[in-house]
Design a protein around this ligand. Structure first.
Ligand SMILES: NC(=O)c1ccc[n+]([C@@H]2O[C@H](COP(=O)([O-])OP(=O)(O)OC[C@H]3O[C@@H](n4cnc5c(N)ncnc54)[C@H](O)[C@@H]3O)[C@@H](O)[C@H]2O)c1
Ligand SMILES: O=C(O)C(=O)C[C@@H](O)[C@H](O)[C@H](O)COP(=O)(O)O
Ligand SMILES: [Zn+2]
Length: 352
């Protein structure tokens, strides 16, 4: 078992990474929580595969379980779903002493986190990460959010879990496309962390390589993310680096209306922004190609016709890094050396 410790000002928690851990969820959760009512939130793909086992284990460990399954897909990351789940919890008599457990990928984790942070102004929360995105990124760090209309992650909180469980066995049932999507965030993390991790992703040449190395990818990605979050929980400084590729990525993801997944859009966003900064001499020559090489090796997209459309620029305005028309873009001065480059929206338009 690998345990990554997340130590914050007001809270510490463990991220436990181990193959086969899905068979011991009840014990692990019992080691941090006394028996209580828990709402176990999952989606319509993960539920049929893993809900009954998780529920059984939790009940055996003394928990009273309210299972809730939402439709799979980004459209469930909505305030409507938050309201529905909170109503069900209230009807079931949940109190401040009870808890929320997410069993799923980044969508279920982000949605459940919002529910946990809002119910009675905040009740305990645990994440069981079942997708690669969740196992390398979304389950750690406490960013929770839902989308509103056409704006990605616009309503959310910083709300840390009490425990995160990561088991690569879950990935056996994840489609190749969903696995590869999560790998987009791994390439991001490796470029941010440094040459050693970036060399490691350079050796991943196929979807099977991702599957074979998934536990290692989780450990390295989560260790890096935990370090960044421990230094800047609320994104006042270095945490902004984790948004590399996301300003363009979020716009592309939304404009694709579900045809591009989060990690796919981030892949396009990283390549697009690095190409611009490479041309400006801010990023080193050859870095765009190095990213393309890693992304294309596993079939991730590197460009989109949506980049540069009028609606694309409209989405920039809603970026959380927009400060009065100037967006703090993340660039790589070198692999392992992210920097913030403030760019006026007009300049971004002409750069593209
Ligand atoms: N909070 C954060 O820090 C953070 C970080 C990265 C991404 N995100 C968010 O996470 C979401 C993307 O994450 P995702 O790719 O996990 O999306 P997702 O949760 O929608 O999962 C992708 C697909 O895989 C399915 N799935 C998940 N686990 C499975 C399993 N074990 N077996 C079979 N199917 C499985 C899901 O049902 C879904 O259809 C986006 O909403 C993104 O904004 C948040
Ligand atoms: O944890 C973070 O911080 C990140 O930025 C991780 C990103 O991969 C993730 O997609 C995050 O949800 C984006 O956050 P947002 O603040 O740009 O919505
Ligand atoms: Zn992301």
């Amino acid at each position: 078992m690998t345990t990554v410790k997340v130590k914050l000002t007001h809270k510490n928690y463990d991220v436990k990474i181990e193959k086969g851990l899905h068979q011991a969820i009840g014990e692990h959760i019992r080691s941090v929580w006394q028996p209580r009512k828990v709402v176990l939130i999952t989606d319509s793909n993960v539920g049929p595969l893993y809900l009954s086992s998780a529920q059984e284990q939790l009940e055996k460990a003394g928990f009273e379980v309210l299972p809730i399954e939402v439709p799979a897909g980004e459209s469930s990351k909505s305030l409507t779903k938050v309201g529905e789940i909170i109503s069900q919890m209230a009807q079931a008599g949940f109190t401040r002493q009870d808890g929320v457990i997410s069993l799923g990928g980044g969508m279920v984790g982000d949605l459940s986190g919002v529910v946990a942070s809002l119910y009675m102004r905040g009740i305990a929360f645990i994440q069981v990460a079942t997708s690669l995105t969740a196992q390398v990124d979304s389950s750690v760090g406490g960013k929770t959010a839902v989308n509103l209309g056409e704006t990605k992650n616009i309503a959310g909180t910083f709300y840390q879990p009490d425990l995160v469980l990561v088991d690569s066995d879950y990935l056996d049932t994840l489609t190749d496309r969903d696995l590869v999507e999560g790998y987009g965030e791994v390439v991001k993390t490796s470029a941010l962390e440094g040459q050693d991790f970036f060399d490691f992703t350079g050796k991943i040449r196929s979807v099977q390589d991702i599957r074979d190395h998934a536990p290692e990818l989780s450990k390295r990605s989560i260790a890096y993310k935990a370090k960044v979050v421990m230094g800047d929980e609320k994104e006042a400084g270095q945490r902004r680096f984790l948004n590399f590729g996301h300003t363009f990525g979020h716009a592309i993801e939304l404009l694709s209306h579900g045809s591009l997944r989060h990690g796919e859009a981030v892949a396009i966003g990283m390549v697009t922004i690095t190409r611009i900064f490479e041309a400006e001499g801010i990023s080193p020559q050859g870095l765009t190609q190095a990213l393309i090489d890693r992304l294309q090796a596993v079939g991730l997209p590197i460009s989109s016709d949506l980049v540069g459309t009028p609606l694309f620029f409209q989405h920039m305005i809603n970026d959380k890094k927009n400060r009065g028309g100037v967006i703090n873009m993340v660039a790589l001065a070198q692999v392992g050396q992210p920097v913030i480059v403030p760019k006026p929206l007009d300049e971004i338009r002409s750069m593209i």
